[in-house]
Design a protein around this ligand. Structure first.
Ligand code: ACM
Length: 689
């Protein structure tokens, strides 16, 4: 068995998914009412129905909010957050007084009820907006619908040279999927509350509704327990959330219409528990909190009653802090080394007719399920837990492939999809956007399809710290959020990228840092403002993915993540832009001169970049890792320049030259150290078109 099983498995699963989940053909967003009026509307996610009308509402200092019918403190707080955001966007001081009088009000909020006391996945999140020249009315069945609608109102704000305005529109919006989440792993690297809260702000802006908080793994248990205080003393490296911080995050999330589903991964990925309580492990130990990411075998002993008493006590305590109806038991990648080596466990399995380790894990899960029922929780777990004998209220989270989601649905379980949405795999927004939770599962009946609740992107944190987390999550998560919310036929990738650029800037206004990330990191790296060559390089270069990077660098938890690969952003803007230019450029008789000239300038820049990157790396050891990528980009640029000239002149390229160029491009598409060029497919297309 591989020492770094988790990483290898994730990487290989994602490689398979690359083929299964290739983006579907682009279709136009038919739900958006066609309009001949040019519009700069940049709603993300696209609403389920939108009609643009003539006219607009000018935002000026008379802007005033009124709430008619139901209101509550959560709604008042949502409005109190919205008004300052509108002020920052427009530069106009606005009234913060919210009245009950709709006469003369600009934004009228008309809501039926507070919604569920504990938000569940059936919460009504729908809303509608009617805006005209003098007012906007936001209707919603629940406060969560109001929260969703207020984000749309903010996204509708547009400007011309004279004023800020909201175009006259009619929006009727409801999510396609009920479970739209993000997993944040805080075990491999701890994230401070501030990072979690700004992530929640971003999630709410794009209408996501579940924070899946991965609170335990081999590298640490991240909660304070009164009942089992050794957890925070011995199993957390002093980095854990206090009980009041947990309550704060849960409240913060609820205020934004987001559920918090805690995950405590069992029976595998459990080394850290045993640093505090070794008596519940399947081997004698000794155990310590994981440092690094390889070789942890600690696994709960499913044959001991004391283990279930411990877990019962833990869940009993924690379930009071986490009101959500669901509790994630993990259940993935159980390393059975300790089970196989323990004669007492082997004897127990024979005595209880548990044929193999899968049966032993199924037994453990059944016991977990009973404990959760006692504490009024439903179970959710990774797809390894799918086996008979669990209540069908159990939700299966498919990470090893879409087929597990289909299997779960066929067996009567609800499920959510994560496999294509692993953010650490460094897939482009285009790829993430193209992966539909229902793609390829057309064999499902209507009832089975209804069991697909949605999906979650995952932010595993082996190579993520609080300084890099925004750049890893955003803006790609906004593309995933649209996939989960918008109608299935909203698949125009070009329009997605247009809106993603706008949304990313809006997200920065909420305090996220992905757009300024690279320059911030590079300035520190070169100890000064002269970041030009490195910044140019990172327009076209991203970090190698988790598996590739782990295979090339020795990274431990204590390793500061401040290197070139950390400064780089996944799916940098150059990838999509160059692909568009290549698709537009045409050939000698049809040449698009502007596209040709831009490409030519870029290729020349890439060629000239290499010596400049070398010069900077001579003054910065951390920048040394840019050299292989800069050199590879120069090789790609030489090919690009020749291919472009062939296009222009109409003189075909010699086959021998093309063959050799293809070999060079293939090599350039491999990781260059810990970096990866994102432009190779576009240059390859220039050769074959
Ligand atoms: C997982 O990625 N092991 C759920």
């Amino acid at each position: 068995m591989s020492t770094n099983l988790t990483i290898v498995n994730r990487a290989s699963v994602l490689a398979i998914l690359a083929t299964i989940c290739a983006p579907p053909l682009i279709a136009s967003a038919q739900t958006v009412a066609p309009t001949s009026a040019p519009t700069t509307l940049a709603l993300m996610p696209v609403p389920s129905s939108l009609a643009l009308r003539t006219g607009s509402l000018t935002i000026d200092s008379t802007f005033r909010v009124a709430v008619v019918r139901h209101t509550d403190a959560r709604m008042q707080r949502a409005i109190a957050r919205m008004i300052p955001r509108l002020e920052v966007r427009t530069g106009i001081p606005l009234s913060h007084v919210v009245s009950k009088d709709s006469a003369g009000a600009t934004l009228i909020i008309d809501c039926n009820s507070a919604g569920e006391a504990v938000q569940g996945y059936d919460e009504d999140e729908s809303y509608s907006i009617e805006s005209g020249a003098s007012s906007i009315t936001l209707h919603a069945a629940t406060t969560v619908g109001v929260i969703r609608g207020l984000e749309t109102v903010l996204q509708l704000v547009d400007a011309d040279s004279a004023r800020y305005f909201i175009p006259a529109v009619s929006v009727n919006d409801t999510p396609r999927f009920r479970w739209r989440g993000l997993l944040v792993d805080v075990s491999r690297h701890f994230e401070p509350v501030s990072a979690i809260e700004r992530t929640l702000d971003g999630m709410s802006a794009v209408k996501l509704n579940v924070l899946h908080w991965h609170l335990s793994d081999d590298q640490g248990i991240r909660v304070e327990s009164k009942r089992y205080p050794k957890l925070q003393k011995l199993a957390s490296d002093s980095m854990y959330y206090t009980r009041s911080q947990i309550r704060e995050v849960v409240t913060y999330a609820r205020d934004r219409g987001i559920r918090v589903v805690p995950e405590f991964d069992m029976p595998g990925h459990s080394n850290a528990w045993f640093a505090a309580y070794p008596q519940y492990a399947s081997a004698a130990g000794p155990y310590s909190v994981g440092d690094g990411y390889i070789g942890f075998k600690g696994t709960f002993d499913p044959t001991r009653e004391s283990v279930y008493r411990f877990i019962d006590g833990f869940i009993g305590e924690m379930s009071k802090l986490f009101p959500d109806a669901y509790w994630h038991i993990g259940g993935d990648e159980v390393d059975a080394t300790e089970w196989n080596a323990n004669p007492r466990i082997q004897k127990y399995m024979r005595a209880h007719k548990l044929a193999d380790n899968a049966a032993l894990q199924a037994y453990f899960n059944q016991r977990m399920s009973r404990i959760l029922t006692k504490h009024h929780k439903h179970m959710i777990g990774w797809d390894e837990i799918l086996h008979p004998g669990l209540p069908t209220t159990t939700v299966i989270q498919s990470w090893r492939g879409t087929q597990y989601l289909a299997q779960a649905a066929q067996k009567g379980f609800s499920g959510i999809l994560s496999a294509p949405y692993y953010l650490d795999a460094m897939r482009s927004s285009e790829y993430l956007y193209g992966a539909d939770p229902l793609l390829g599962d057309s064999a499902l009946t209507a009832a089975e399809t209804a069991r697909v609740l949605g999906g979650e992107a995952t932010m595993w944190a082996e190579l993520v710290q609080h300084g890099t987390i925004d750049s890893r999550i955003w803006p790609r998560l906004a593309a995933v959020a649209e996939r989960f919310w918008s109608p299935r036929n909203v698949t125009d990738v070009g329009d997605m990228y247009r809106r993603l650029g706008v949304e990313s800037v809006r997200l920065e206004q909420l305090g996220l840092g992905q757009e300024t990330h690279t320059s911030r990191f590079l300035r520190r790296m070169v100890n000064g403002p002269d970041i030009g060559p490195l910044a140019e390089l990172l327009q076209f270069v991203e970090s190698a993915n988790l598996g590739q990077r782990m295979g090339r660098e020795r990274v431990r938890q204590a390793t500061p993540l401040v290197r070139m690969a950390d400064a780089a952003r996944p799916d940098p803007p150059g990838r999509w832009r160059i692909m568009q230019l290549v698709q537009a450029v045409g050939s000698s008789s049809t040449m698009n001169v502007a596209a040709h000239d831009t490409l030519q300038r870029w290729f020349a820049e890439w060629r000239d970049l290499a010596p400049r990157v070398h010069a900077i790396a001579n003054r910065s050891p951390l920048a040394q890792s840019a050299i292989p990528a800069a050199d590879a980009l120069a090789r790609v640029s030489a090919i690009g320049l020749e291919a472009l000239e062939a296009r222009r002149s109409g003189i075909p390229l010699a086959k021998s030259w093309t063959d050799s160029a293809m070999v060079t491009l293939k090599a350039a598409d491999q990781p260059q150290g810990v970096l990866h060029l994102v432009v190779v497919p576009a240059v390859r297309q220039l050769l074959v078109q």
